[in-house]
Design a protein around this ligand. Structure first.
Ligand code: HEC
Length: 109
């Protein structure tokens, strides 16, 4: 019994580490690749993450990051200026940055 309790605490402990790392890594991806053109809450060269999070689904966000040339019209943009990140980001980094963006959702929470 005692060892089960210990195992449960150990799993919770591991989970906390993974979760804490994810948040900083999402922020790291943002600072490494997106910061120059996107800000969290104000419009920069591209739309703010808050605006994106309020309007888009996970699929739309990931599709645009991977291949903006194929999605910009569908998302209502006249020009395609953003570079594609399909080759630069791993699936894990893509998930992290998507969660990072979706954290700025203010509507319908
Ligand atoms: C060179 C500037 C630039 C960089 C770097 C950049 N973006 Fe963009 N982003 C834009 C612009 C401009 C748009 C508007 C549409 C377009 O040009 O594709 C956009 C659009 C988007 C959209 C869709 C917006 C909508 O209408 O919902 C998402 C999602 C997005 N960017 C995420 C990212 C992420 C994540 C990164 C970093 C990995 C990034 N962008 C890096 C300029 C940039």
């Amino acid at each position: 019994m005692n060892s089960i309790v210990k195992s449960v605490f150990f799993i919770i402990f591991l989970f906390n580490i993974v979760y804490a790392n994810q948040l900083t890594t999402g922020e790291k991806v943002f600072k490494a690749y997106c910061w120059g053109c996107h800000h969290q809450t104000s419009v920069a060269f591209g739309p703010s993450f808050e605006e994106i999070a309020n309007k888009r689904s996970t699929g739309e966000i990931q599709g645009h990051i991977v291949s903006p040339k194929s999605t910009y019209k569908q998302l209502g943009h006249k020009r395609s200026v953003m570079p594609a990140f399909g080759d630069k980001l791993s699936q894990k980094e893509l998930d992290l940055i998507t969660n990072f963006i979706l954290n700025y959702k203010t509507k319908g929470k």
